[in-house]
Design a protein around this ligand. Sequence first.
Ligand code: XIL
Length: 387
Amino acid sequence: MVEGKFSRRSLLWLGMGALGTFGACQLGRSQEVSSPLTMQLGEHGLKTYAQAQGVLYGSAVRFKDLKADPEYAARVAQECGVLVPEWTLKWHVSHPESPPLRPAPDQFDFTGADWIANFARTHGLPLRGHTLVWYNSLPPWLAETINAENAEAIMVNHIQTVAGRYAGQMHSWDVVNEAIAHDPTRGRSDGLRETPWLEFIGPDYVERAFEVAAQTDPDALLVYNDYGLDYDTRENDAKRTAVLKLLERLKNKGAPVHALGTQAHLWGDRDQFNARKLQTFFRNVADLGLKIMITEMDVNDKNLPSDIGKRDQQVAHVYQEYLTTALAEPAVIAVITWALSDRYTWLSEFHPRADGLPVRPMPLDNNLERKPAWESMAQAFASATSR
Ligand code: XIL
């Protein structure tokens, strides 16, 4: 947290709080948030239900979709209070329709990110950045170029150039993504994932990244983002322990980390959700003085029955169960879904169903209609304690 000064960030939160109060009154007076909430296309999108309690809701977006699909773009503007580029603020993506940010060691291509930044600005929406330092989605030239002498300069230059370009527009940045190993019980005692950044800069690359990001954009909330923190399993227990240890180390060293981002890529067919464990973990994170953002939420339905009604109800149940639990923690300030609609979810490509039916993980369906998952989210926001 930036102590003392009334930073733009705290003004943003203050504004959200005021809007939230207003929103609550409005919802209380003119739009009773009663169950079942209207799933008809009312003027209140998910962002309004969330803002009424001081929570920010938004989704990942791809500029090619926003550009080519005005009906979708309009629904994004109606439902979302913050946008995060799914691809164009990563170093590199292997999606031909999206120009890579870093085509060469001395080149940046901001075409896609600028387009989304302008779209967000046009609709009065803040952006969140994903992600400045990650082991994945790195350009082919990096492996041939990076070494112990130049690694820190390459990382610092990237952060300064990219975060510097959008300084003042960003709600938050995923400064470092997935720095903890998939299974932290193996490998290093600090649980850090073997990455080029660790190899050539050393374990302090994490705090160095946050220091540079804070110098470059002092108004953005700086987030450590990771996955596998959701369930009551040996692997997720170990991941939560290792992430907490990393956050404690960063805080003890005075690194400017402001929030944990938990990706929350959930599964419709997993029964290992333990509300108490998740809340204890979130409380332990909050006790470090950190906020918590749910940064990439979706509910994978690949192993659920083909029947759409059954699938939608189970997906909605998982959204409701997780969000009701998470939002009971006042430090949880934002919920981002890793798409808004089934029409544009990464799970279609990464986790297709064996029966070949389209996946249905998101709050809106392929026709941009609200689903039971939308209602579960709206209900979870509406019944959350105000923050
Ligand atoms: C994914 C995108 O959604 C895909 O389209 C891309 O091909 C690979 O990356 N955790 C993360 C995200 O932090 O950046 C990943 O996004 C999903 C897992």
